[in-house]
Design a protein around this ligand. Sequence first.
Ligand SMILES: [Zn+2]
Length: 314
Amino acid sequence: MNETKDPGTSRALWYTGAPLDRLSHRRADDGWMNNKLYDPQSRIVAVWRDKSLVHNEKEGAFLPTVGEAKELLDTGRFHSFLGVKEGIAYFGIDLSHHEDPYQAHPHIDNNGTFEDLRAVGPSLEQHEGSILAHARGLMFWHKRNGYCGVCGAETQPEKAGSQRRCTNMDCNTEHFPRTDPAVIMLVYKGDKCLLGRTRNFIPQMYSTLAGFVEPGESLEEAVAREVLEETAVIVDPAKVRYWASQPWPFPASLMLGFHAEADSEEIMVDEEELEDARWIHKSQLSHLEDFDMRLPRRDSIAYRLIVSWMNGEA
Ligand SMILES: [Zn+2]
C-alpha cells in the first residue's frame, strides 16, 4: 500500500471530490437508464458484504466494464445508478448474497479482491475512494431496508436504485437513503487542545472527540454535549465553528468537523466512553512520539482538524 500523501490543511477530505455527476433528473427515466445499464462501456462498482472491489495486482479500484462482466447485472441482488463521468455511467452492484463473490464472475476472480475500504481507502486515488464510498454506503442502505419500517411489508428499489418503496399498496411509503450526522471536534483553549483515546484505538493514538447528533439538537449543541459528557470540559455552543465535512459510510455517517473554544480546563473522563483525555500544548503536537503518543491517520478528518488548528485556522 502506498504511503498516504500528507494532505496538509486542505479541506479536500478523503472520500470527497467525487468525479461523478449524479444526474438525479435521469433516475426516473427508465429508457435512458436501461441504455446506460447495458452500455458495454458502463462501469460496475461491485460491493460484497460491505467490501469494495480493488485490483489484486496493482493499486486502485477495480471497476469492470459492463462489456467485461455483463452477467453481474443479472446476478447482482440490487444495483443503483451512481452517476456519469465523461459520458460513462457507473452502477453500484451488491453481490452479498454470493457465499463466494469470486465465483460471481471469472473476470472478478482473475483480477479483483474485495477489501474493506477503511483499510485500502488511503492508498487509492481520492476520486476512486469517493466512488467506492458512495457505492458502499448505498448498498449497505439497500441491504438494511428490504422491509418497510412503517408496516413491515417488503420494499422494492425504484428510480434507478436511489430510493425504495413499500410494496403494500395501502402503505406505499417511500424510503430514502439515510446518512447519520456525527460531530467531530477539536476543542482548544489558548495554546492547548483537548485529545482523547478510546480503548479500541491503536496503542498511543490520541484523537479529537466525536459523537452522534441526537434528535432535537443542533450541531453546535451536539458538540458541546459530547465534550461535556466525555470529559466534563465546558464548551459554549456559540463558540463552536464549522470547518469541513467528510462522508463516512462505515456504515452510514457524515462526519461534520468543528473547532470549539472551551470555557473550562478541568477534565473528568467518562470511563464508559474514553480511556484517557488530556490537554496537549501546540508545541508538543509536532513531536508527540516523545510523549508516547501519536496522532490519528493522515486521511482522517480528525488529523486535519488538529493540523488546521496548529496552523492557526481555528
Ligand atoms: Zn409499508
